[in-house]
Design a protein around this ligand. Structure first.
Ligand code: GDP
Length: 308
């Protein structure tokens, strides 16, 4: 899909800049571990601790350490540089997950879920902009009826990016908003329907039940939809996002992940932990607040930006 092709120019430096804090955190730790000494088993244990401290999580850390230890056994003493290259290669490999082919259906429906403040609305706006730039018609559904401000925010974004918005009053049934939006998207022959949802945390069980209902209603309005369910996670919460993600996945079946705010955190290593821990492909990453700061995720580029 043309709209999912990463724009090359400036993207990599943007990614590198965005990942600066994470890179400093991770690479600094690795260099401290290896500085001035010959690599031995004890150093490998320290490397393991460094990876865990950088929020890579137990699963990914174990996978990476298996490669590091076997390289060490094969080659004996190795340099910091060699270890850095090995880590970058291994991380890139680990981030590649078999992902299903994008569904070509039109209207194509994407449901966005995630806790409040994770960056759902901003992500929807940025993606709407991408689709508009690629010449697609876009409809937004203001499914976060819990907060009046969320509805207004989506309407403002809609105006800005040239997308119509289906909205009901604050407090209305979000499933009804989703249903109307599906009908409107079909009637107006819209290319992309992006459905926002509430993400408040204090009524967790109800939230999951509500999301399940929204899913069912969308499927009823348009059999086979939503074609993608994207979970938006805030990178600054680090590996804590993993437990949260599991809960959403169990309830509604997430097909892709978006990790936002990678620019503001040293915990970007959690991306690796989240992808390996969940086994769900990462679709987009946010490395800033502007529209072009949301980028399709590319494992190779991410790993290179992380270690180089
Ligand atoms: P929602 O409650 O999930 O809809 O979250 P919002 O979309 O309202 O985003 C919450 C805040 O995070 C806003 O101030 C956004 O500008 C900010 N934000 C979203 N994505 C990014 C990102 O990639 N980087 C940075 N620095 N801020 C972001």
């Amino acid at each position: 899909m043309a709209s999912d092709t990463p724009p090359r120019s400036g993207f990599f430096s943007r990614l590198r800049d965005g990942l600066r804090k994470t890179r400093d955190n991770l690479v600094e730790k690795i260099e401290t571990v290896f500085s001035g000494t010959v690599l031995d088993e004890a150093k490998l244990d320290e490397l393991e601790e460094a990876l865990l401290a950088a929020d890579l999580g137990p699963t990914a850390t174990a996978e990476i350490m298996e490669s590091a230890r076997s390289a060490f056994r094969r080659q004996g003493a190795t340099t910091v540089e060699a270890m850095r290259t090995l880590l970058a290669e291994r991380v890139a490999e680990l981030l590649v997950l078999p992902s299903s082919e994008p569904v070509a259906a039109r209207p194509h429906v994407t449901l966005f879920v995630g806790t409040n403040g994770s960056g759902k609305t901003t992500t929807i706006a940025k993606l709407a902009q991408r689709y508009r730039d690629a010449g697609e018609s876009v409809l937004l559904a203001a499914g976060d009826t819990f907060r009046a401000a969320a509805i207004e925010q989506l309407q403002i974004w809609g105006q800005r990016v040239g997308a119509e918005v289906v909205a009901h009053k604050a407090g209305a049934d979000p499933s009804a908003v989703a249903f109307d939006a599906c009908r409107a998207a079909q009637a107006r022959q819209i290319g992309r329907l992006l459905v926002d949802t509430a993400g408040r945390l204090h009524t967790k069980t109800n939230l999951m039940e509500e999301l399940k209902k929204i899913r069912r209603v969308i499927d009823r309005a348009m059999p086979g939809a939503p074609h993608e369910t994207l979970l938006v996670l805030d990178a600054t919460t680090g590996l804590n996002a993993l437990a949260q993600a599991r809960e959403f996945h169990q309830a509604i079946g997430v097909t892709g992940i978006v990790v936002t705010k990678l620019d503001g955190t040293a915990k970007g290593g959690a991306v690796v932990g989240i992808v390996r821990g969940l086994g769900i492909p990462l679709r987009y990453i946010g490395v800033g607040e502007s529209a072009d700061a949301l980028q399709p995720f590319n494992p190779q580029e991410f790993a290179t930006a992380l270690f180089s």
